[in-house]
Structures are given as C-alpha cells and as structure tokens.
Ligand binder design. Structure first.
Ligand code: B12
Ligand code: SF4
Ligand code: SF4
Length: 392
C-alpha cells in the first residue's frame, strides 16, 4: 500500500466523520494500530480459560494485537458505533413476566453484522472517490479484532467494568465496527472518563460472570451460555438464567450511563413483533420450519433450532405459574416435546418438568411469592422503573 502525501488528511478526516454520520453511524473515531497495552490482559484472560469453547479467540492472538499483521499495510483504524436500542424496549415489563421470553435487545431486529458491514463498505467507497490510493477491510465482530480496545483509542468511549464500551452521551447500547485503512490520518484521543467507584454491573450479574472489574468469565455469562455454548447449560446457571433465552442485558440495564441511551434510528434494528415480548410457551411450540422462517435475517437463526429449544426449555422451567391451569398447560407442552430428537434437549425438558413439579410441591406446603433466584431480577426491575424513565 502506498502512503499519500498529496491529499489533505485533515480535510479527509472531517469528511469521513460527516460521511459516517450520514450513513447512520452515531460516531466515527480514528485510532492508531498500537494495541500493545492490551497484550497482558488478553493473554491472561485466555490463560484463565475465560473463552470457554470460543476457540476462535485462542487463534490469531498476534493478529488480534497487531492489526497490520491481520491486514498488511494498515496504518489507522476507523472505529464506528451504531445504536441498536429499539423503541418500546419494555425491559422491566419483560423481565418481570417470568412466562415471557427475554431476548437481548441487540438481537430483536436484523443481524447487525450485515447492516454495519454494508455501511462500512459504503464509507470506504466514499473515501475511494476522494483518493484512489485507499486500501481497506471492513470488520464487524467477525475477525481477530480487539474492538473495545480500538474503540477506546479512537475516542468512542471508555471500557466499563462490565468490559463493554460506554459513551458519555449514549451509554452502551451500540455495536462497534471497524475499517482498517492504509492512510495516516490524524488520530482521536481516548476519552477522559471512567466508572469511578460504581460496581453496579458486577453485583447485578445473575451468574456472577464479571469476576473482577473489566473482566468477564465468558463461560459464566448468559450470553455465552445461551448463544455460543453448544452443549448442555451447566446446572448451576439454569435458575439464574430465568426467562433470558437469548443473550442478557442486565449489566447494561443497571448501568447509570444508559439513562442517556437513545433509541436507534436504524429501522433494521427495530424489534420484530414475532420475537419481542412473546410467551416462552408460544416460542417453544414453534417447529423447526417456523423457527427458520421467523428468524430469517436475524442473528438468532445462527444458534439453530436445537439450541433455541434448549434455551426455551430452561426458560419454561423457570416460569412462576400464575394459576394451576397455567402450570398444567406448561407441563403438557413440555411432556409433548419429550421425544425431541436430541438427548441434550430432552434432558433440559426433564429438568424443566422437575422444576415445575418442585414448584407445585412448594406451593402445596405454603405459597411462595418470589423464588429466591428472582430477587436479583426484581431489584433490577425496580432500578429500571426508577432510573430509566425513557426505556422502561
Ligand atoms: C467474545 C465476545 C463475547 C463473549 C465474551 C465477552 C467478553 N467480555 O470478552 C460473550 C459471548 C460472553 C459476549 C457477550 C456479550 N457481548 Co460480545 N463480543 C465478543 C467479541 C467477539 C470479542 C471480545 C473479546 O475480545 N474478548 C476477549 C477479552 C479479553 O477482551 P475484552 O473483554 O474486550 O477485554 C479487554 C478489556 O476488558 C481490557 N481490560 C482487561 N482488564 C483490564 C483492566 C483495566 C484496569 C482496564 C482499564 C482494562 C482492562 O483488556 C482486555 C483486552 O483488550 C466482541 C467483538 C470483538 N471482535 O471484539 C463482541 C462484543 C464485545 N460483544 C458485544 C455485545 C453487544 C455483547 C453483549 C452485550 C450481548 C448480549 N446482550 O448478550 C454481551 C455482554 C457481556 C459482557 N458484559 O461482556 C459488542 C459490545 C459493544 C459495546 N458497546 O461494547 C461487541 C464489541 C460486538 C460488536 N461488534 O458490537 N461477547
Ligand atoms: S450479559 Fe448478563 S450474564 Fe453476561 S456479564 Fe452481563 S449481566 Fe452478567
Ligand atoms: S454499572 Fe457502573 S461499574 Fe458497571 S459499567 Fe456502568 S458505570 Fe461502570
């Protein structure tokens, strides 16, 4: 790749930021490619095995730390963020209702990988119209790229104790994407902000996955357990998962910076009505064809029908039925699926049936209004109702 002397790099940088915004990115920043300060933390995280079965994180560690090894000739990285919070997020209502499936808000609309990559490609084409010497590669969550570290260097935000990137004005409900380029553009400065003494995300996490500030043990995170993990969901996390059948937003929901989060302007990220605020039972009763049809173009489709069914079985086992009729209906649906052609799913269904039967015996002894494992969620719900008036 050749380096350009004849163009006004400052002017081009201003243009890139304007073009990026007109394409629908909320923020565009530029970082250099020195990520060496992250080497120790990344290697330690991997040594501790926090990646679980996400073996793609173990590969290409050097490329992850050296963008120019991943794409030779890279001099700068354009880091972008794009808000995804859909209108009518109804977090509190959804978390409160144990019979309603909770799907992470980032996954309720169209698969973000496609949406963002397309926009990054368009941004690159605009730069190419300005200078034919541009070489580039767009990335969204798809390659050995340290997206948080790059976003931090590009001034997009700081890394919160939950390990996600937070922006002072926008909170953290945004995706990150990058354009690796060969132009020596002027870089942005990291923001001077941090979490201070707050530790709210650490204490609210249902599975205690934030094992120390800035460090998430992936194996414990509900997002990993329900999306990345192909096997059985370990027993010790099943109750804590509650109704969260695809990902989890709790550490972001408790974060005071998300009071300022804006609803996305991108219609592709608006919630599909077929997925949003739907009953666990209704989703559990989808057959494979319905699952494939209703998740077309959505990131959810990637987990496949078997894991979808597994997750929903866990959700159903965690329902607190409001009546005997509801309890009977749940048991009937679970029993009807006991012949599901996958032994792992069968085992999760049996677990759910046992949970419901334990609940029934408990009720016979004396009504139990709140299951102990739901107390944490109730605390979160109160915090959302009080602190996030815009997105309750
Ligand atoms: C693997 C992965 C996961 C894994 C592991 C999560 C993790 N924290 O590592 C799982 C499946 C659990 C996961 C879950 C989620 N993910 Co994810 N995930 C990724 C992925 C592909 C790689 C992350 C990674 O490199 N992890 C390895 C660890 C070592 O890196 P790290 O967490 O960034 O850690 C760095 C810092 O914490 C820092 N650090 C460590 N110690 C210390 C100490 C101090 C003092 C300081 C200052 C810093 C520091 O150094 C580390 C190395 O740079 C990225 C995309 C990408 N390519 O980057 C998306 C990404 C991070 N995920 C994303 C999202 C949205 C989520 C979820 C919110 C989804 C959901 N709702 O369910 C959850 C949130 C869980 C959480 N609290 O992290 C977004 C985050 C956007 C944002 N605003 O930050 C990303 C960037 C995808 C994208 N393109 O938008 N994810
Ligand atoms: S996404 Fe949920 S499970 Fe994962 S770290 Fe955040 S609160 Fe914990
Ligand atoms: S909840 Fe508190 S500690 Fe966690 S990321 Fe937000 S500000 Fe930081």
């Amino acid at each position: 790749m050749s380096v350009i002397n004849s163009i006004d790099l400052n002017q081009l940088t201003d243009n890139i930021k304007t073009w990026g915004k007109s394409l629908g990115f909320q923020q565009v920043g530029i970082s250099d490619i020195d990520l060496s300060q992250h080497e120790e933390a990344l290697k330690r995280w991997l040594e501790l095995g926090y990646q679980g079965d996400m073996s793609f994180l173990e590969r290409n560690v050097e490329k992850r730390l050296s963008p120019a090894e991943l794409v030779p000739g890279t001099m700068r990285i354009i880091s972008v963020r794009m808000d995804y919070l859909p209108p009518d997020a109804s977090f509190a209502q959804n978390l409160k209702s144990t019979s309603t499936a909770y799907i992470s808000r980032y996954a309720l609309g169209r698969d973000y990988h496609k949406v963002i990559r397309k926009k990054l490609q368009k941004l690159a084409e605009k730069i190419q119209d300005y200078t034919k010497d541009l070489s580039f590669r767009p990335f969204v969550d798809s390659a050995p790229v340290l997206e948080h570290a790059i976003a931090e260097k590009a001034g997009i935000g700081w890394t919160g104790k939950h390990s996600l990137t937070i922006n002072k004005e926008a909170g953290s409900y945004f995706f990150l994407g990058e354009l690796f380029i060969n132009l020596p553009l002027p870089t942005d400065q990291p923001v001077e902000e941090n979490c201070g003494k707050c530790t709210a995300c650490i204490s609210i996490c249902p599975t205690q996955a934030i094992v120390e500030p800035y460090v998430v043990d992936g194996r414990k995170c509900i997002s990993y357990l329900t999306i990345e993990n192909d096997g059985a969901i370990p027993m010790q996390y099943r109750k804590a998962i509650g109704n969260r059948v695809y990902g989890c937003d709790d550490c972001q929901l408790i974060c005071p910076w998300n009071k300022y989060a804006e609803v996305t302007e991108e219609k592709d990220f608006f919630a599909r009505q077929l997925l949003h605020n739907r009953s666990l039972l209704g989703l559990f009763e989808w057959n494979e064809e319905t699952f494939l049809n209703n998740t077309e173009g959505s990131a959810i489709r990637r987990i496949g029908y078997t894991k979808w069914k597994r997750n929903l079985a866990v959700g159903l086992g965690n329902v607190v039925p409001e009546s005997v009729e509801e309890l009977i209906k749940l048991e009937k649906a679970l029993n009807a699926s006991l012949d599901f052609p996958n032994s792992m799913v069968q085992e999760h269904i049996q677990w759910a049936l046992k949970e419901l039967s334990d609940y029934r015996s408990q009720q016979d002894k004396g009504p139990l209004k709140v299951k102990p494992e739901n107390r944490q969620t109730q605390r979160l719900v109160r915090s959302i109702e009080k602190g996030m008036p815009k997105h309750r």
